[in-house]
Design a protein around this ligand. Structure first.
Ligand code: BTN
Length: 246
């Protein structure tokens, strides 16, 4: 077991990702060190957003990794393995779980978990990675600024044991990371493709040129999102270059 070899729990932190970065600067924490918190005063999301979570209700976790076997240009595999582990966990409760590219976790059309992966690159290697996961577990009311949040409790209609959910996620993360270590990245890519939200369906999107109808075909080199237009052309999008229209 690598992920979960060390587990540190805190009642209150600014952000588990920030705490992991501080630990990485001050000493070399064991690979797989897991930091969890009951509450974050400054939880961070993607695109500079904040991540709000009621105290003690949800899973707030960061994992420290040293994925030396992955080249910086292959870093999307870390996104795939973390997304898949969260998806594996939620699939035990509902079959309607999908990964919204690159790494939001959705149940039907609502977001149940967000992932914030921060790599440190040195030369031609990833020297360390902090994988932050926020999974809504027992929160049932959310601020009006969030477009479409949902939680495990709302999906299943019952309260969940947060420490059991945390333990299970650590186990699943460790299983998926073992696939990265042993080079089973094709299997990870295939599993990610099968779980990809809106894959193979026609929906509306927008990019810098405006709105269009498109079909996600999968991911391409470097994790680009490949989207086919009705006239047949396929475009590869990087993160933030495309918006999904509900
Ligand atoms: C997103 O915007 O979807 C990503 C959200 C990531 C939130 C998690 S909660 C634990 C970890 N610590 C943080 O400050 N952020 C991540």
């Amino acid at each position: 077991m690598i992920i979960g070899s060390v587990i540190r729990h805190y009642e209150k932190v600014s952000s588990t990702n920030d705490l992991a970065s501080v630990m990485l600067r001050s000493d070399k924490p064991a690979e797989g060190t897991v930091i969890t918190a009951a509450f974050q005063e400054g939880g961070r999301g993607q695109k500079g957003n904040s991540w709000e979570s009621e105290p003690g209700k949800n899973l707030l976790m960061s994992v420290i990794l040293y994925p030396l076997m992955i080249m910086p240009e292959e870093q999307f595999v870390i996104s795939q393995m973390v997304s898949l582990a969260v998806c594996d966990l939620i699939r035990t409760e509902t079959p309607h779980v999908r990964i919204k590219w690159p790494n939001d976790i959705y149940v039907r059309d609502d977001k149940i978990a967000g992932i914030l992966i921060e790599h440190s690159i040195m030369g031609n290697a990833i020297s360390s990675t902090v994988a932050g996961i926020g999974l809504n577990v027992n929160q049932t009311e959310f601020g009006s600024t969030l477009p479409n949040p949902v939680s495990l409790a709302l999906v299943t209609g019952r309260k969940h044991d947060l420490s059991a959910v945390t333990g299970e996620l650590i186990r699943l993360l460790d299983m998926r990371y073992a696939m990265v270590i042993s080079g089973r990245t094709d299997e990870l890519a295939e599993a990610y493709h099968k779980s990809l939200y809106r894959c193979g369906e026609w929906h509306r999107y927008s990019d810098r040129n405006g709105e269009f109808r498109g079909m996600i075909e999968g991911t391409g080199p470097g994790g680009l999102l490949m989207v086919r237009r009705e006239k047949g052309t396929v475009t590869g999008y990087a993160f933030r270059e495309i918006d999904y229209i509900p």
